[in-house]
Design a protein around this ligand. Structure first.
Ligand SMILES: *Cc1c(COP(=O)(O)O)cnc(C)c1O
Length: 360
């Protein structure tokens, strides 16, 4: 059945080995982030069995629920990355061993839920170093220490560490200087309150490049990796990480029409299926393949044919048009075209109910 996502488990495991080697060189524990493939069950099974992984993380409670038991049986702690909704406190405490937090009211709700469940719930306090998504703003250090004091007073909460997230909202690149602030704040907390923080988490796939350059500040001891594992990307500068491949996960879609047509539509140009006014380039007559996949299933700017002779022209909700004019390979109706995916493409494709899965 098509469209389908094809996951090459050997290649993906090779990527995991590669990022595990780098994080180990950097003195960091490894948290693998599963939301990029919607916590695919075969992928999470493989991660749960990998000896270098300490934590399995996702931003959705639903995804964690799917693999929490398997992760725990294999000695991994489960982590909720997105700040919990207060209304979800009981579920969070149930499926996540650790959650990332920045709001005391929510942490108190987690404390109550943990007490009700007869558990201790671990939290990581988010510090915002300037990307301006979640976390207590780093310049408000008094607010950070006041929060820590209150957290330490809660009976069913353990302060497990601090973390920063960068290159998401503000697209700020992690560097030695901004991450040093996190390491310094962590050190201050340990000194002031005479505690040890098991995790000082220095970010996502945009921080991994610092290890290769020897610039990850001392004191950062954890990274949370999604895209670098799935696609081999350092997401600060989009270099390829050594030992990784970018085609472990591909999309296959079937050709349903193949015809020679002009490259310029005929008639007055209005708006396309998504309200955009399209721009066309006149390339003369071309061989146009329509494949049965669309913007419902894939992010158009995040999909690229494996065959470099092909070019994606555009897509409406259920049809994608591919220029096959210059292909050395001859295509016919019923043939399958393979695509590499970027992070957005992978995310959208694995969450589409219309896309099948295959593993090799
Ligand atoms: C998604 C996410 C990650 C993983 O990001 P990648 O760029 O895929 O490595 C890490 N931390 C948080 C808080 C996230 O939301």
């Amino acid at each position: 059945m098509y469209p389908r996502i094809v996951i090459d488990m050997k290649k993906l495991e090779g990527n995991l080995d590669a990022v595990a080697k780098i994080t180990k060189e950097g003195g960091c524990s490894l948290m693998i982030v599963t939301k990029g493939v919607c916590a695919d069950p075969e992928v999470t099974k493989m991660i749960a069995r990998h000896p270098a992984v300490s934590y399995m993380a996702d931003s959705r409670v639903e995804n964690l629920r799917a693999y929490a038991a398997d992760a725990r049986e294999n000695g991994k702690q489960t982590v909720l990355l997105r700040l919990p909704m207060m209304s979800q406190a009981a579920e969070v405490v149930d499926v996540a061993d650790i959650s990332f937090n920045s709001e005391l009211v929510t942490i108190k709700a987690l404390d109550e839920a943990a007490a009700a469940a007869g558990k201790t719930h671990k939290i990581v306090l988010m510090i915002d170093l300037g990307d301006l998504r979640e976390g207590i703003f780093f310049e408000k250090e008094d607010e950070i220490y006041a929060a820590v004091e209150q957290i330490l007073a809660l009976k069913n909460i353990e302060l497990y560490g601090v973390a920063v997230n960068l290159t998401c909202y503000g697209a700020i690149i992690p560097k030695n200087d901004n991450l040093s602030n996190l390491a310094r704040i962590a050190g201050e907390i340990e000194k002031k309150f005479s505690i040890k923080l098991p995790i000082v988490s220095g970010g996502n796939s945009s921080s991994i490049y610092l290890i290769g350059k020897g610039e990850l500040p001392a004191g950062i001891n954890n990274l949370r990796l999604g895209e670098s594992f799935f696609l081999g990307n350092d997401t600060a500068y989009f270099t390829k990480l050594p030992g990784t491949v970018d085609d472990a996960i591909t999309l296959e879609a079937e050709i349903i029409e193949l015809k020679e047509k002009p490259s310029l539509p005929i008639g007055e140009v209005g708006k396309d299926a998504f309200g955009q006014v399209p721009v066309y380039e006149d390339k003369g007559l071309m061989m146009r393949a329509i494949v049965a996949v669309g913007q419902q299933d894939v992010a158009l700017d995040s999909v690229e044919p494996v065959n470099e002779d092909l070019e994606v022209m555009g897509a409406s909700s259920d049809h994608m048009i591919v220029d096959v004019t210059h292909s050395a390979k001859e295509y016919k109706v019923g043939d399958v075209i393979s695509f590499k995916l970027g992070y957005g493409g992978m995310l959208r494709t694995t969450t589409s109910a219309y896309v099948e899965r295959a593993y090799k």
